[in-house]
Design a binder for this molecule. Structure first.
Ligand code: CAA
Length: 260
């Protein structure tokens, strides 16, 4: 039977995507990226989905990067295709309409750090290590790292990490705003799941629109971002969820949202 490098588990409205390629510390080769792409496409078709966790198998690595053994045989043309595939997968993760949390359970280096950065936010276990060590290999991050890290932590921090290729621990990653929370490894998936459960109690349409407004606005001038927000804010007033949410508040009871 063919080995599977990406596992997709569905449990009620939540999904967990696990990169599972232990012999290479879950490194992303072409095949693993294709499996990830397929899993994300499958998730994008699920209308009842409320949240996704992305993690790595085992206790050592989230994802230790793009596969160096495979990249070693590439010329510029092959690397262009490989980079395009990696960027496409990261973009597809970012474009999922529901919250996507990275549960970083060990090394998140190079393409692994870029995979975490493609998620909406990152929780890390105490043993997690982050870095973009591509310059040590004579290249630069190619799955979005130069762009997404910079947008998240600012230009100077991104330059320091990418120029030095230094690895940082989870506490430092939290300090610079790359990671939201650091928890013991045994609690990591539960911590991520608990955030998704809290979010799933809120109006699902509102959560989707909030994600869209934040992501679309991040690449716009403030005035244009405010226009996006204003349209989404007002459109939501015609939804059943908005009526229920406000009515429930006034009636001092929990809201029962339907996602419409
Ligand atoms: N690609 C391919 N194989 C990898 C790998 C990777 N990115 N990372 C680890 N492995 C393999 C190792 O070659 C080793 O295989 P063998 O047992 O067959 O020798 C196995 O996983 C275990 O790794 P180590 O023996 O090296 O484990 P360690 O505990 O000594 O070190 C580590 C762990 C610090 C994570 C080290 O493996 C390492 O530095 N890995 C490479 C990290 C890296 O440079 N990532 C960036 C890749 S470039 C990139 O991602 C480009 C991009 O942006 C698209």
């Amino acid at each position: 039977m063919a080995e599977v490098n990406v596992r997709l588990e569905l449990e009620g409205p939540f999904a967990t995507v696990t990169v599972d390629r232990p012999k290479s510390l879950n490194a992303l080769d072409t095949r693993t990226l294709q499996e990830l792409e397929k899993a994300v496409a499958e998730l994008s078709r699920r209308e009842q989905l409320r949240g996704v966790i992305i993690t790595g198998a085992g206790e050592k690595a989230f994802v230790a990067g793009a596969d160096i053994a495979e990249m070693n045989g590439m010329d510029a043309d092959k690397a262009r295709h490989f980079g395009a595939l990696g960027q496409r997968v990261m973009d597809a993760i970012g474009a999922l309409p529901v919250p996507v949390v990275a549960a970083v359970n060990g090394f998140a280096l190079g393409g692994g750090c870029e995979l975490a950065l493609a998620c909406d936010f990152i929780y890390a276990s105490e043993n997690a290590r982050f870095g973009l060590p591509e310059v040590s290999l004579g290249v630069i991050p190619g799955f979005g790292g130069t762009q997404r890290l910079t947008r998240l932590v600012g230009r100077a921090r991104a330059k320091e990490l990418i120029f030095t290729g230094d690895m940082i621990d989870a506490a430092k990653a939290k300090q610079i705003g790359l990671v939201m929370d650091v928890v013991p490894l045994a609690n990591l998936l539960g911590h991520a799941r608990s955030a998704l459960e809290r979010i799933a109690k809120k109006g699902p349409l509102a959560v989707r629109r909030a994600k869209e407004a934040i992501d679309r606005g991040a690449d716009l001038e403030l005035a244009d971002g405010l226009t996006v927000e204003s349209k989404m804010f007002s459109d939501l007033f015609d939804s059943a969820d908005r009526r229920e949410g406000m009515k429930a508040f006034l009636e001092k009871r929990p809201a029962v949202f339907t996602g419409r």
